[in-house]
Design a protein around this ligand. Structure first.
Ligand code: SF4
Length: 909
């Protein structure tokens, strides 16, 4: 491998100010900055200075960030007529990524994609570090462990491939350009000013020295000032810290709208959403109103989001995913709810209903054809003819263009497929959406350039690469200049502000922990002092960074959270020396948050809105569900059963709990249809019982599997068969211990009339006991207790309800049959001792031992059930969960019942 000569001479930095830099531009210097933001700030300062001098037009100053400067020099090399032979093709980062990925796959066989993505990123980082820090390349040094040996092999393969194809990696670009400088083949400025850099890699030093040797005057200048005030502030937690910072910013802006303010956040990516939300709330509360969400912000975030997190792009990827053989329902669901395809607004309601219908199917996977068939079904509330037309167009296009081809050709096909479905929709785009779509087109163009490194890929591979590229593209829509800048810790280099708040400096993140690259020998990384190679380096870098940042403004506040979840945090030791500040000392505004202002300015009017119109029908779907819902929360029963306000079905991978429960019920029904009684069960040999259960399990699966063709495939069927077989056998072994009984009812349907309302019941099982009387059994696959049958608001009123169907003194007891792995048991209550483990006589059960007789227990249940049905019919619909918050945990009606707000109101009183 090539090993650039190591250069150690560091440049000496000199302090400067913005006026000096502008004057140097007047003298035709070239300024190279450490980051894009600083280049933009210098451009702006230069233009303001020119304008203030009364100029109407002026030549653009030569200010470039480092990477763009290297690219510009490279362009000069490529187009220069003085270069005789073509220097090769400089790979883009995406092309380089693909080459490394391909080499890694060749070397390590079938590596799972997720691991490959992460691994390739670390390998590319190692390659970059190797060159930037001029790490000596001796094979023996890389032989210590499997990772470094692998890297040596991969790097050798990468170099060979680049050589063969005349490709150049960006990592070697400074070394190549250096040679052109040395042979005088590049135009060199008289004065080169470097600003906004904290340190130089040996590769950069060597490259810049080549400029110096041609007579170019090289200056490393650091913009700096002196703060008038600096101190640290302890905040309760991260949220409190952001709120305090936002209030401080608002106060400073009110005092001086032209102030330049920065909020520096070390963990900006993780806290981005919370910061935006809080700054909106405190600085521009109007933006919280939907019609003003596009309002111009008074702050700018340096860090964008991955492009695939913007709705138009994530939808485009979902649409392209429809072309795959099997589509996952969450993707389809997003397509149906989006307005970024044709007819999205016009068919909004029907598409939402189609989404609900597909979710009810319980299938995680489906096909484009199935989606099309459902959308095209006419005369249904979920019919979506416009969508059907779009899907049909898409399907026609997909069918004729599925053969593997080049990325460039795939990019064209993808464009056509999106057009076929009417992406990006019919409504006008906002400025942000327009920019996002431009960025997407840019990624597609870049995707086409993979033609340089790949000849042909399948649809799946093309989509994987495209998704990877989109996810790796961090995008921030352009916005007007704003007085407040929100920056990462390393982005402040060279920038000057009036006010600066650095947050999150607790001992867990500052200084950062060392994070050496696993693919490079640790000793070599430490020898050259490579980034993140040691804790000592991290400490030194953090101290220097803090020292520099704190000279960037006249007022500097450094804050840290004292808690993160349950973890107690301390301030970073690097800020110990700063004086402590308090809220009062910072003179922060006293304005409360918008939400609190609205809430506290409310005028309350108490409405007796809890009684709904009386129910006038004679039947209601849902059977015993009515009683369970009414007991848990009257509003839930009203909303779900009378308003039909039900949550969308939950989508999950594999079989959902409902299907698995249905399978168990069906197997038990079929087994007892065959056996009929304990005697029949006891007569079977173990082998016969085994065969019987296996047969019934297979029969039940055979019956139910066709309903879930994409989910309940052979492998899952085999697993489910094994699970059910073991569970049912275990249950039957337990039943063998019971006194004789006969199964007189299985999944028995009956009807009960209460208060004029017809209730349909389906009783899992009825056993006729030898001692006389009948035992009602309810199969359960979850945690259940007999206590759930008692009280005014029973959690499980189903069996007490069924007991009402037995008016002729024949009811001997009720019982849950708990059938789940490791928990096989009856739990029940009976009129007398029945010798069944888990079923107690009412006199021995804690909840009923006070009752004078079994009839009194039955009468109690009757009273509870009748009261619940009376309440329901009378329109009793109070928002009154039986036990908050447990009762509400899995209820999705919260936006409708607004339980959160009502409890807050209660707390507030
Ligand atoms: S969230 Fe709670 S209070 Fe609201 S409807 Fe559901 S159970 Fe009732």
């Amino acid at each position: 491998m090539e090993n650039p000569a190591m250069t150690t001479r560091p440049f000496d930095a000199r302090q400067t100010n913005i006026t000096d830099l502008i004057q140097r531009l007047d003298g035709c210097a070239t300024i190279v900055t450490g980051n894009r933001r600083l280049a933009r700030a210098l451009h702006q300062a230069f233009n303001q200075a020119r304008s203030a001098e009364g100029h109407g037009a002026w030549p653009a100053p030569d200010i470039l960030p480092w990477d763009a400067w290297l690219q510009q020099l490279w362009q000069e090399v490529v187009i220069s007529s003085r270069i005789e032979s073509a220097p090769g093709v400089l790979l883009t980062s995406h092309q380089e990524y693909f080459v490394w990925q391909e080499i890694l796959a060749e070397q390590s066989g079938d590596v799972p994609l997720q691991a490959t993505n992460e691994t390739v990123a670390r390998i590319m980082e190692a390659w970059q570090t190797l060159h930037a820090w001029c790490i000596p390349c001796r094979e023996a040094d890389f032989g210590h462990n499997a990772d470094t040996r692998l890297f040596w092999q991969l790097a050798s393969m990468f170099e060979a491939k680049c050589r063969k194809n005349s490709w150049l990696s960006v990592a070697v670009l400074p070394g190549i350009l250096q040679k052109y400088v040395q042979i005088d083949s590049l135009s060199v400025p008289n004065e080169l000013v470097l600003t906004g850099f904290d340190e130089w890699t040996p590769q950069q030093s060597s490259f810049l020295r080549a400029f110096e040797q041609t007579g170019c005057s090289l200056q490393w200048l650091q913009l700096s000032g002196q703060p008038d005030r600096i101190g640290k502030l302890a905040c309760a937690d991260g949220r409190d810290e952001i709120r305090q910072a936002a209030r401080w910013i608002r106060q400073r802006l009110e005092e001086n709208p032209a102030a330049r303010i920065a909020l520096v956040v070390p963990e900006l990516a993780a806290q981005r959403e919370m910061i935006c939300q809080t700054l909106d709330e405190v600085l521009i509360p109007q933006a919280l109103q939907p019609e003003h969400h596009d309002r111009v912000r008074s702050y700018n975030l340096s860090l964008g989001k991955p492009l695939d997190r913007y709705p138009p792009v994530s939808l485009a990827l979902d649409v392209l995913g429809l072309s795959e053989t099997v589509i996952e329902l969450p993707h389809v669901s997003r397509v149906l709810r989006s307005s970024f395809i044709a007819g999205g607004d016009r068919e909004m309601n029907a598409r939402a209903l189609l989404d609900a219908r597909l979710r009810e199917s319980g299938e995680w996977n489906l096909t484009l054809q199935k989606l099309l068939t459902n959308a095209a079904r006419s005369g249904q509330p979920y019919s979506c003819p416009l969508l059907a037309e779009c899907l049909s167009n898409l399907m026609k296009q997909v069918k004729v263009s599925l053969a593997p081809t080049s990325p460039g050709e795939w990019a064209q096909r993808f464009g056509q497929w999106l057009k076929a479905i009417g992406w990006p929709g019919e409504r006008g785009l906002s400025s942000e959406e327009y920019q996002v779509i431009q960025a997407w087109q840019g990624v597609l163009r870049e995707f086409s350039t993979l033609d340089w490194v790949i000849r042909s890929v399948s649809l799946t591979e093309a989509l994987q690469q495209l998704r990877h590229m989109v996810a790796g593209t961090i995008f921030q829509p352009e916005s007007a200049e704003a007085p407040v800048q929100v920056l990462g810790l390393f982005e402040t280099s060279g920038l000057q502000f009036d006010y600066l708040w650095i947050m999150g400096l607790h001992d867990g993140v500052f200084p950062a922990s060392s994070r050496p690259n696993p693919f490079l020998p640790l000793t070599l990384q430490r020898e050259v002092d490579a980034p993140h190679s040691s804790a000592r380096r991290e400490l030194r870098v953090a101290a220097a960074l803090l020292q520099r940042i704190t000279t960037n403004a006249t007022e500097v506040v450094i804050s840290y959270p004292q808690r993160k979840g349950d973890e107690i945090l301390d301030s970073s030791p690097l800020i110990d020396a700063f004086p402590a500040l308090s809220e009062e000392m910072l003179a922060m505004g006293t304005q409360s948050a918008w939400r609190d202002s609205v809430y506290h300015s409310r005028q309350q009017e108490v409405l007796s809105e809890d009684v709904a119109p009386t129910f006038v029908g004679t039947g209601i779907p849902g059977g015993s569900k009515l009683f369970k819902l009414q007991a848990a929360c009257p509003f839930r029963a009203f909303a779900e059963l009378r308003l039909v306000a039900r949550p969308l079905g939950r989508i999950q991978i594999g079989l959902n709990a409902l299907v698995r429960g249905t399978l168990l019920h069906r197997v038990m029904e079929m087994v007892w249809a065959e056996l009929d009684s304990l005697a029949a069960l006891a007569n079977l040999s173990p082998g016969e019982l085994n065969a019987l259960v296996a047969g019934k399990v297979n029969e039940a699966i055979y019956e139910i599997a066709p309903r879930y063709p994409h989910t309940f495939g052979e492998r899952l069927q085999a697993l489910e068969s094994k699970r059910l077989h073991a569970l049912v056998l275990a249950w039957l072994e337990m039943e063998k211990q019971r006194p004789p009984f006969r199964v007189s009812g299985r999944e028995m349907e009956t009807e009960l009339e209460l208060n004029g309302l017809r209730i349909n019941l389906r009783i899992d099982r009825i056993d006729t006991l030898e001692e006389g009387g009948e035992l009602l059994i309810d199969y359960k696959t979850g945690e259940v207790k007999a206590s759930a049958w008692f009280g005014d608001r029973p959690d499980e009123p189903q069996l007490p309800l069924y007991s009402l169907a037995f008016t002729d003194d024949g009811l001997a007891g009720i019982a849950f049959a708990r059938i789940r792995a490791g928990d096989i048991a009856f739990e029940g209550v009976a009129s007398e001792e029945v010798s069944i483990l888990g079923i107690k006589s009412f006199e021995n059960l804690r909840h009923t031992r006070e009752a004078a007789s079994w009839d009194e227990v039955l009468a109690g249940w009757r009273q509870t059930i009748e009261q619940l049905v009376q309440d329901f019919m009378a329109g009793e619909a109070r928002v009154s969960p039986k036990q908050y918050p447990q009762t509400c945990t899995y209820c999705e009606l919260k936006p409708l019942c607004r339980i959160g707000e009502s409890l807050e109101a209660v707390d507030d009183c």
